[in-house]
Write a protein that binds this ligand. Structure first.
Ligand code: NAD
Ligand code: IPM
Ligand code: MN
Length: 358
């Protein structure tokens, strides 16, 4: 039987708690389905900085590059806020994405019928939502030059970041989004700020050009401010949302709340080839770390995405997704998705319930 080499990166905050749950579930499903997972553990984030002086030690990047996929939890803690930028935990994530050339970030937003009452929005607005945010991940304002804090001759400082997209960068992420739309609802909405930003003007031009290769996909364009509003007004109008790095970061957290909690949203980060990174959309939630309160489902569903996109085990992925739904159907809830009449449980117990269901 095939054995996959997976790099596990627990990181900070709730990272170790949720990763442990996710790994146990992947091990169980692998055993059932008759394939193997060989885990290799690496350091990333604040913990890596504390132990090695580097939030992304070269060995971690090397280990990630040499694996079939990377299973990552989260990094960051407010206690690192005063560190120089290159030592901050978040920098490790950016370094990992850049180091593996993961330009495509897929963030599926799906409402599980069991959780309709956990959302702050009305049932008729969210019932049946199934959309995908495709976020460009290695360009835009996160990486553009010049960047920095510069001091002028008078000693006053300017903070600078630059939003840049090349035609080639837009074309390749657009193709990922169009390909997905072809396999889904054949609708793609490209989100930009072309009314103000030149970078968006070029983005829109290129997306429109690429659309010619996909006559069966209906393309629309929307300004990002309107998109933020439309996402909560009538989210079911969307199938695939294609957008840049910063807008995608913001819109995906917003879209997460349609599902009831950011603790539900998985993601896949993919390049043209090589290992992908699978991680929840949320962060390290330092406010609840170490209290067994975290919702591990985003981590668990990220494992299912890993099985589907990197390991070609769609059957195993479906088993995990079904187990999650079944446990929710039984009324078990972590605090973030709790509603009246449900049974409140912790992170570890949620993991055990899902395991038992497999
Ligand atoms: P966050 O996503 O960590 O937390 C936001 C809120 O959501 C918090 O109240 C938290 O308790 C809650 N939450 C998040 N995940 C949850 C879960 N699984 N179950 C239950 N509740 C959950 O965002 P933040 O507070 O803005 O950032 C905290 C740290 O995480 C920062 O250092 C930030 O830079 C970092 N961060 C990391 C990643 C990542 O590793 N991919 C993503 C976002 C933020
Ligand atoms: C995310 C996070 C990261 C991002 C940060 C922590 C670097 O918010 O994965 O969504 O902005 O991409
Ligand atoms: Mn984010």
């Amino acid at each position: 039987a095939r054995t996959y080499r997976i790099t596990a990166l627990a990181g900070d905050g709730i990272g170790p708690e949720i990763l442990q749950v996710g790994r146990a579930i992947l091990d169980a499903v692998a055993k059932r389905m008759g394939f193997g997972i060989q885990w290799q553990e690496g350091l990333i984030g604040g913990i890596a900085y504390e132990q090695t002086g580097d939030p992304l030690p070269p060995e971690t990047l090397k280990m990630a590059q040499d694996s079939d996929a990377v299973y990552l939890a989260a990094v960051g803690d407010f206690k690192y806020d005063t560190l120089p930028r290159e030592k901050r935990p978040e920098r490790a994530l950016l370094g990992l994405r850049a180091g593996l050339s993961l330009f495509a970030n897929l963030r599926p937003v799906k409402i599980l019928p069991q959780l309709v009452d956990a959302s702050s929005l009305k049932r008729e607005v969210i019932e049946g939502i199934d959309l995908m945010v495709v976020r460009e991940l290695t360009g835009g304002i996160y990486f553009g030059q010049p960047k920095g804090i510069f001091t002028d001759a008078q000693g006053s400082r300017r903070g600078v970041n630059t939003m840049v997209y090349s035609e080639a960068e837009v074309d390749r992420i657009a193709r990922v989004a169009f390909d997905l739309a072809q396999k889904r609802g054949h609708k793609l909405c490209s989100v930009d700020k072309a009314n103000v930003l030149e970078v968006s003007q070029l983005w829109r031009e290129r997306v429109t050009a690429v659309a010619a290769e996909y006559p069966d996909v209906e393309l629309s364009h929307m300004y990002v401010d309107n998109a933020a509003m439309q996402l909560v007004r009538w989210p079911k109008q969307f199938d695939v949302i294609l957008t840049g790095n910063l807008f995608g970061d913001i819109l995906s957290d917003e879209a997460a709340m349609l599902t009831g909690s950011i603790g539900m949203l998985p993601s896949a980060s993919l390049g043209a080839s090589g290992p992908g990174v699978y991680e929840p959309v949320h962060g390290s939630a330092p406010d609840i770390a170490g209290q067994d309160k975290a919702n591990p489902i985003a981590q668990v569903l990220s494992g299912a995405m890993m099985l589907r996109y990197s390991l070609d085990q769609p059957e195993a992925a479906a088993q995990i997704e079904q187990a999650v739904e079944a446990v929710l159907a039984q009324g078990y809830r972590t605090g973030d998705i709790y509603s009246e009449g449900m049974t409140l449980i912790g992170c570890q117990e949620m993991g055990e319930k899902i395991l038992a269901m497999l």
